[in-house]
Ligand binder design. Structure first.
Ligand code: AMP
Ligand code: ZN
Ligand code: FE
Ligand code: FE
Length: 279
């Protein structure tokens, strides 16, 4: 079998269940030759795993998944091959983190008005040091028995049309792409098939978007071919991964997408080309 890569994995630094160290040992047991952690608005896991890597480990590629949709739209912009030690992205991520924690507090106030008492301490404990997201609030709702299942938290309270839904303070897609570029990275539109994002592709190319995510567990074979075709026509890079979250029933297992290593080679070639002489 040809060597494969997985460029879209989540850890407990966003809404994944597994810690960076656990993800690393799963990657070591897989057949992957390279991987990238793309947590929502965080690359803390990259910094952690980088320190744990041994000589013959699969290659770790810097990655992040920036939220850039408004009104609950799933516009996610992936950033790859950026400079992980750049202050530009580091400061932005810190601002997102503060914004998410403020939003967490507002969600809890809304829930309180609905008669549900959840403390910020509980949510922080569940989040385990990562920025507060709705999945952590959902887990808290299960914990205090306000709902039976994780999914019920979304359908009853914190989903897009729920009474305790609070939108995230996001970058616009153009700002996300610009931010990634300023950190010498490449910007890729995540899972356009589940984001219904075809209508934005032209606009985002105008902002300098470098690629689209072609391989994703929620893309059908037809969608994969469709996005491959668009990438070829518009001279975009193509990427892909499992979008592993470690939550049962959501997305794929690490390495479950047949992403050829050639796509990483192309990504790195473009990255080297663009950053030659700069910085
Ligand atoms: P946030 O970024 O804090 O708005 O949280 C978004 C995350 O919540 C997504 O990445 C999913 O993991 C989760 N999520 C959103 N909607 C649902 C839903 N209807 N059912 C289960 N999980 C959801
Ligand atoms: Zn997620
Ligand atoms: Fe996503
Ligand atoms: Fe993701």
């Amino acid at each position: 079998m040809a060597p494969v890569i997985d460029l879209h994995i989540h850890t407990s630094h966003s809404d994944g269940l597994k810690s960076p160290a656990e993800v690393l040992s799963m990657v070591r047991r897989s057949k992957l030759v390279a991987f990238s952690i793309c947590d929502h608005d965080s690359y803390e896991a990259y910094l952690e795993i980088r320190k744990l890597l041994k000589k013959n480990d699969p290659e770790l590629v810097p990655g992040v998944e920036l939220s850039a949709g408004s009104d609950g739209e799933d516009i996610h912009i992936l950033g790859y091959c950026f400079d992980p030690d750049s202050d530009i992205l580091g400061e932005a991520v810190e601002r997102f983190r503060e914004g998410r924690n403020r939003r967490g507090e507002i969600m809890l106030k809304r829930l309180k008005m609905l008669g549900i008492d959840i403390t910020m301490d509980l949510v922080r404990e569940i989040a385990g040091g990562s920025a507060i997201g709705r999945p952590h609030v959902a887990d808290a709702l299960v914990r205090v028995k306000a709902v039976e299942k994780f999914e019920d938290a979304f359908s009853h309270y914190i989903g897009l049309r729920g009474p305790a839904y609070v939108p995230k303070e996001n970058l616009t897609p153009g700002e996300a792409i610009e931010l990634i570029h300023r950190a010498n990275g490449l910007a890729v539109l995540a899972h356009p098939g589940i984001a219904a994002a075809d209508k934005y592709i032209n606009e985002f190319i105008g902002y300098g978007m470098d690629g689209i995510e072609v391989y994703h567990p929620r893309h059908t074979q037809a969608q994969r071919e469709h996005y491959m075709e668009i990438a070829k026509e518009r001279h975009l890079l193509s990427t892909g991964g499992s979008d592993y979250h470690g939550r049962e029933g959501r997305y794929g297992m690490i390495g479950s997408q047949p992403v050829p290593v050639r796509l990483l080679t192309e990504l790195k070639e473009k990255s080297n080309l663009e950053n030659r002489g700069s910085s």
